[in-house]
Design a protein around this ligand. Structure first.
Ligand SMILES: Cc1cc2nc3c(=O)[nH]c(=O)nc-3n(C[C@H](O)[C@H](O)[C@H](O)COP(=O)(O)O)c2cc1C
Length: 209
């Protein structure tokens, strides 16, 4: 079974390599460490951005790069990023959401291209399962922490109807909006919401079988 999956992944990878791809480098020599757990405690959902303070292009580039490098099922790389930066586009997007975008000067709409996702043909519990939501969630999480690392605040937004976003931004039918990641610096009212401090104890999450 596992062999079959590996073989399928290799075939898909070889097919994908037909398109323009670069080899990414890993650096096992890296000695610099950042306390990742501390960063996860420090991050909170930003609901008061300073709209007048743009995010520097170099920081944005680093954030987007973290999303590009995310692992994806069978390395299909279906994640697609739309940069929402002009006031008109941000307004149009916010109007298509149930949630606010909280005054962020820039946001990344993370979508997956349905034609590029890994489809799990052997899944029986979840018919038509594809990896798009998971692939995008990893890309968005990596971007969230690449932002946090650089002092850029974020909030994860899924308070929208995917079709409404598609229509508002004129996206193709196979481009599925998964989440929006507003980015920016804290405004006057920036503070963690009370919900931020509420996490269930480990024994509610973890079961050893
Ligand atoms: C999948 C997902 C969807 C979310 N959608 C929204 C949203 O549409 N609007 C919003 O204000 N917050 C949204 N959030 C933020 C959560 O409310 C927030 O992460 C949670 O309350 C914990 O607070 P914290 O991020 O400050 O730790 C979303 C978070 C996740 C993970």
């Amino acid at each position: 079974m596992r062999k079959l999956f590996t073989l399928a992944a290799a075939v898909l990878l070889m097919a994908a390599c037909g398109s323009k791809q670069e080899n990414i480098q890993t650096n096992p020599q890296t000695t610099e460490t950042m306390d990742f757990l501390e960063m996860t405690k420090q991050r909170y959902s930003e609901r008061s951005f300073d709209p007048s303070k743009p995010v520097e292009q170099a920081k944005l580039d680093r954030i987007l790069e973290a999303g590009r490098l995310a692992p994806t099922a069978a390395n299909m790389q279906p994640q697609r990023f739309y940069l929402l930066r002009s006031p008109e586009v941000l307004k149009k997007t916010e109007e298509a959401c149930y949630s606010r975008l909280y005054g962020a000067p820039v946001a990344v709409l993370v979508c997956y291209d349905l034609d590029s996702t890994w489809h799990n043909g052997r899944e029986t519990l979840l018919p038509d399962y594809n990896s798009g939501e998971q692939d995008c969630a990893i890309a968005a999480t990596q971007m969230m922490y690449a932002a946090e690392e650089q002092g850029v605040h974020t909030i994860w937004i899924r308070g929208f109807d995917a079709r409404a976003i598609q229509q508002a931004l004129g996206l193709p039918a196979t481009m599925i909006p998964a989440m929006i990641l507003p980015l920016g610096y804290p405004g006057d009212k920036s503070a963690p919401a009370p919900m931020h401090f509420k996490r269930k104890p480990m024994d509610e999450f973890l079961t050893e079988l």
